[in-house]
Design a protein around this ligand. Sequence first.
Ligand code: HEC
Length: 109
Amino acid sequence: MRLRITRVKQVGLVLAGVMMAATLLIASAPARATADDDSGALYKSKCAMCHGQTAEKKFDAAKGDDDLMQIVLKGKQAEKPPNMPAFADRGITADQAKALVAFMKSQKH
Ligand code: HEC
């Protein structure tokens, strides 16, 4: 009887280990995507539809990085819609906003 219980425990431990490994794998996938900080891909998926492929629309590269970064995070009311959305509400961090602004500037010629 006691033997059985320990075996059940062992199986349980193995299962728990497998599940933990699986969770780690799943959890690390999106973390890797953001850690890579691929602002080019981020820009294309979230920004290009309004700002154009090379940030040629609605973007003044002469403005300061901090001002532009704040607009990315907090949004901006345009004269006519669509407005610039506040991306802090959509999971963009200050670092990502900074990288996105740098990316947009690098696209402008
Ligand atoms: C729904 C359309 C839309 C999307 C999507 C969008 N923007 Fe904007 N963005 C605007 C508009 C409109 C303005 C200009 C507001 C104004 O000054 O009239 C703007 C302004 C900006 C500015 C300030 C430009 C300046 O010269 O003052 C920055 C920087 C910016 N956007 C970055 C981004 C980034 C980075 C993303 C993606 C994460 C993004 N935008 C996604 C519409 C959009």
